[in-house]
Ligand binder design. Structure first.
Ligand SMILES: [Zn+2]
Ligand SMILES: [Zn+2]
Length: 342
């Protein structure tokens, strides 16, 4: 049902408030409810009115905000896989789609998360009618007891009370006359290790429910939250690590963090300059045909900001030595001095 059809059905115009929608539905539901209306089309009309009410108030199952291209791809994958489930699609309530944000560590290692699923169901107190029988008559609020309503060109009988001026039903206090109650349940979702952004997980039977139909499925789109340290680039896991410039020159053992737990890397002696260290196969785990990614560590040299007297005494003779052999150790300094200070 389109938004326009829903509005038309409830006799509303675009931009109707939530209260307008509820009022219009309540008024029409009183008229068309099969318990009150013997016309053969009443049940179908009532069902359509409720669907219109639900869709205008955003109770639709599968309701979600506009998604980016990436996740739309993920969704179609999931729908394809849901369709081929031995014809389960033939008589099922709609699927429900939600996004679930997890950390890089949770995506890498896998985790179990509890997801709250809310669904509008017929109110148990009034059986979804929105009103309950009352032994006493109540003055009709629409026509104030007159049984008639003023319209352009005169008066017409009040539909809400069938022109009687009194109603023998009261608004259900449980659902405030909506006939709908929000039922919430917790669904446990197992996210496998090596999950990736925009992966779609399917929890069978946890989608929307409807009388006489098998439950829809719950489709969960994985969202990997930005991480202050790790970036996932394709299949690779990328991180930056500051390292002392002297350590980079001398080589040695440095600790490296990893979602699986940190480990010690034997760094070879090399230039004290930004460089990338790549460890094959230590990135995102392999999956199906896709090989495991690499762990790429961007090493950034850091010079000591200041020296205290003890370090100054040790480093001074080293600096003198490097100055003397600048052509070898600091060619840029040597070239500059040769040109401007010959
Ligand atoms: Zn109710
Ligand atoms: Zn009335």
């Amino acid at each position: 049902m389109t938004l326009g059809e829903a509005q038309h059905l409830l006799g509303l115009t675009a931009g109707a408030s939530e209260l307008d929608i509820k009022r219009a539905f309540r008024r029409l539901a009183m008229k068309w409810h099969p318990d009150r209306n013997n016309a053969p089309e009443s049940a179908e009309t009532f069902r359509r009115l409720r669907a219109a009410h639900d869709s205008l108030l955003g109770y639709r199952s599968g309701d979600r905000e506009q998604r980016d291209d990436e996740s739309a791809t993920g969704r179609s994958d999931a729908e394809d896989s849901a369709d081929d489930g031995a014809g389960r699609n033939s008589a099922r309530a709609p699927d429900r789609e939600i996004d679930l944000e997890i950390s890089v560590e949770e995506a890498y290692l896998g985790c179990i998360r509890s997801v709250r699923v809310e669904e509008a169901r017929p109110c148990p107190d009034c059986d979804g009618l929105g009103s309950k029988p009352s032994p006493r008559g109540h003055l009709c609020v629409d026509c104030h007891g007159s049984g008639r309503l003023r319209v352009a060109g005169g008066l017409k009988p009040c539909e809400a009370c069938d022109g009687k001026g009194y109603r023998y039903r009261v608004t259900c206090p449980c659902c405030d006359g909506l006939g709908r109650a929000i039922a919430a349940r917790e669904v446990e979702v197992v996210i496998p290790g090596g999950s990736r952004e925009a992966d779609v997980l399917c929890v069978e039977g946890e989608g929307a429910t409807a009388d006489g139909l098998a439950n829809g499925d719950l489709l969960i789109t994985v969202r990997v939250a930005p991480h202050p340290l790790y970036r996932v680039v394709g299949n690779d896991l990328v991180l930056e690590r500051p390292v002392g410039a002297l350590r980079m020159l001398l080589g040695g053992r440095i600790r490296i963090p990893h979602p699986r737990g940190d480990f010690v890397l034997a760094l070879e002696a090399g230039p004290a300059a930004s460089r990338e260290w790549c460890i094959r196969g230590e990135g995102w785990p392999a999956r199906g045909e896709v090989e495991a990614g690499d762990l790429r560590i961007r090493l950034e040299p850091v010079m000591p900001r200041e020296l205290d007297p003890s370090l100054r005494d040790i480093l001074a003779p080293i600096a003198d030595l490097i100055d003397k052999r600048a052509a070898q150790f600091e060619p840029e300094v040597h070239a500059w001095e040769s040109r401007w200070l010959p």
